[in-house]
Write a protein that binds this ligand. Structure first.
Ligand SMILES: [Zn+2]
Length: 416
């Protein structure tokens, strides 16, 4: 039966749902205001970096995206209120006419499919209206559908057996099911990170080695310094979906890659490519992937331990507006309700991520001329129509990369 404890939890949960979304809308409005204040021209300290035309396009594009985000946040808030206080999820669970493990698995499957369908209009609007309007979209309806289908199949192939395995452990391992589930999930996550560069990413894109006589020598020198292999530097056909540009690093151990979007390469001169490569190699050399894997391992262990502790506590279920105690609902609450509380940690994870970007920049500045990375970064901003101005608090919450001006100032301070 619901006790006082579960009513308190309900009130706290409700307050968090409403507050989080209000805070997010508020942050978005702050950022929008910042853009409006600088709609015509960038602040004085940025003038040397970009043309008024590029600046105005970036402001218009990013303001349009943020306006959509505001509606999306309100939509999300309504959904959360429907699933939890209005007991949508509770009724969904009750309505599944199956027994035992199948009921648990299909509750999660149906919920994910409903969320997928509800998100579809947003991604359609974003891809074919918003991105299209600003000339970024290169995707076709066929490619869009194929991407979604592949995503669903991949989710099913990995997710379904995993869910059955977790519920099997729950039923047969007694008190230690959470530990076994944690080990199982960790093994799968590690395999996925390991397989991502060579098996999963190629399902969506084509990759070929980064080549070119002029580049070759520079790449050889840089990769050798970082303990890397030149065969691990790739170009991806990002241009089939969008004209946005980027570069990233992925994988670990022997299965790692630095990947350039073909769209970005087209804009860059050789020394700028090498500077960005040096930045990505910096992430590798400084072991940023293994380090974040350790952090997520610890967090996931705590999460599973908590699940083990809470699995039989009725107040936890009632406190989140679910009447029944079951392993499927437990997983559901940890995936859907817990992020409402962990939202408040996002400034910390964003800060850690920005710190790593500075470290990779510093590494790049030691290996190449920092001015080349500055030029490469500015082209990246220009190509993606990312405004160079940002609200400090908004950025502190959401941005995984430091503001452009901070990066440029720091890079200039490394100048040799
Ligand atoms: Zn980086």
């Amino acid at each position: 039966m619901p006790n006082l404890y579960s009513y308190y939890t309900q009130v706290i949960f409700l307050v968090f749902i409403v507050t989080n979304h209000l805070v997010e809308v508020y942050l978005t409005r702050r950022q929008l205001k910042m853009y409006q204040e600088h709609a015509e021209a960038p602040p004085q300290e940025f003038v040397e970096f970009l043309t008024p035309g590029d600046h105005q396009k970036a402001i218009q594009y990013s303001s349009a995206k943020l306006r959509m985000t505001q509606f999306h946040l309100i939509f999300d808030a309504c959904l959360m209120l429907y699933w939890f206080p209005m007991r949508g999820a509770d009724q969904l669970y009750a309505g599944i006419g199956m027994e035992g493990m199948h009921k648990e698995v299909f509750f999660l499957v149906f919920f994910s499919l409903i969320q997928f369908a509800l998100n579809l209009p947003w991604s359609l609007y974003s891809t074919f209206i918003l991105e299209e309007k600003f000339g970024f979209n290169k995707s076709t309806p066929k490619l869009f559908v194929m991407d979604r289908m592949k995503g669903l199949v991949l989710g099913g192939v990995i997710g379904l057996p995993l869910l059955y395995a977790i519920f099997f452990l729950f039923n047969y391992l007694g008190n230690y099911w959470w530990l076994a589930s944690f080990l199982l999930l960790t093994a799968i996550q590690f395999s996925l990170i390991w397989l991502y560069p060579t098996v999963i990413a190629p399902l969506f894109n084509k990759f070929h080695p980064l080549e070119g006589e002029e580049l070759k020598q520079g790449i050889e020198t840089l990769v050798k310094e970082a303990g890397f292999n030149a065969r691990e530097v790739f170009v991806m056909d990002a241009s089939r979906r969008s004209s946005h540009g980027n570069a990233y690093f992925t994988g670990f151990g022997k299965n790692k890659r630095v990947v350039f979007f073909d769209t970005l390469l087209k804009q860059l001169k050789t020394p700028e490519i090498l500077a960005i490569l040096a930045h990505e190699l910096g992430h590798m050399k400084l072991k940023h992937i293994p380090k974040s894997m350790v952090v997520s391992l610890v967090l996931s262990f705590i999460g599973f331990w908590l699940m083990g502790r809470l699995s039989n506590e009725a107040w936890f279920y009632h406190g989140h507006f679910m009447r029944v105690t079951s392993p499927g609902i437990l997983l559901f609450l940890f995936m859907q309700a817990l992020p409402i509380y962990s939202f408040w940690f996002s400034p910390i994870s964003s800060w850690i991520s920005r710190k790593k970007e500075f470290e990779a920049d510093q590494y790049a500045a030691e290996q190449t001329n920092p001015e080349n990375l500055i030029q490469g970064l500015l082209k990246l901003y220009q190509q993606n129509a990312s405004p160079i101005v940002t609200d400090k608090i908004y950025s502190g919450f959401y941005h995984s990369h430091p503001p452009a001006l901070d990066r440029i100032k720091k890079l200039r301070s490394f100048k040799h």
